[in-house]
Write a protein that binds this ligand. Sequence first.
Ligand code: PLP
Length: 390
Amino acid sequence: MIPGLKPASRAVHAGRDLEARSPLAPDLSTAAVHVFTDLEDYDAVVRGERPGHYYGRNSNQNREMLERAVAELEGADAGVATASGMAALYGAILALAPKPATIVATRELYGGTAAMLRQDLEPAGYEISFIDLTELDAVHRAMQTAGLVIAETITNPLCGVPDIEAIASMARERGVPFLVDNTFATPLLCRPLDLGASLVMHSATKYLGGHSDLVAGVIAGDATTMGVARARSARTGTPLGPFEAWLALRGLRTLDVRVRRHSENSLALARAMQSMPGVARVHHPLLEGSPSFRVAQRLLPRGGGGMMAFDLAGGRSAVQRMIERFRLARFAASLGGVETTISYPELTSHRSMSAEQRAELGVGAGTVRVSVGIEDPDDVIADFAHALSA
Ligand code: PLP
């Protein structure tokens, strides 16, 4: 990597290893296996002492480029690309807490993560404790027994911003590993490793890929932990396929321009929605009045990202009416693509929680999450104004 590059340039060039006559855009290598004529050469490649690939579950040139690129963007030694964000999360947790321990996680968490903690790790002997990570006193208390802390840079779905820097400092003091899901922020808005986190992970399905056409995950961190995660991913069969890696790297090249536009559009929409009919509350990290406003200003100086949420006073029937009236926005369960989409956490990201659990988080029947796209902001605002005018 060329030293001293600014983030936008890093996104364009990260992971490249261009020699004379090499292709400017990477070739796609779908080979599952490579042939060798020399036993010693094979042995050296398997040991990692010589560059090269031998079996697709262990390594692949497209996956390796993506891993290098994300590691460079996150300021990490290395990355491991997996078949989905959930595989990345699972791999990251096992790398940091290989034996049953107390996992302290943010209360307002992607529902799939909460479901994995409850349904897969708890039965395996892990204790799961959900707390409000924006309450630093509660974090301090939880740190006394924690074996791992998990946070999201910007929480799903209500876009709160915990003070990752303060949590990392407490975690370091107690020697507790700290994992950050940086999916909503991307390394262009926040680099949790610079703030003291132990490991960072992404659902690359979202902003890194950016076009709603792949499912992928990436973990990034120090060389030793990544070595452990990589070996386990190969043993348990979770690595990312070559085509998805190729697509994700292609998406990464435009990350800076996309994230800037996503961030501008989401703040513009959040501001406009505050005065739209039927809107009880708007959630955006950089909205004056947001409980996370000050922390977000400090930790997200380049923008608040493309995610926001709002509550409709009319509940589920009002959400249904709005969906029917949209001309541009679409109801879809994912996020982070170029197009504006909305999701309904009660039925999508947080459906594995009970209504009481959702209510505790502030997610109700009128809560809508928006992934604001990169369209012209006037068109996006007009679409929501039209949909809510009935
Ligand atoms: N983390 C966050 C914040 C997410 O929103 C998601 C998916 O929506 C995931 C992790 C899981 O990623 P994937 O769907 O790629 O497995």
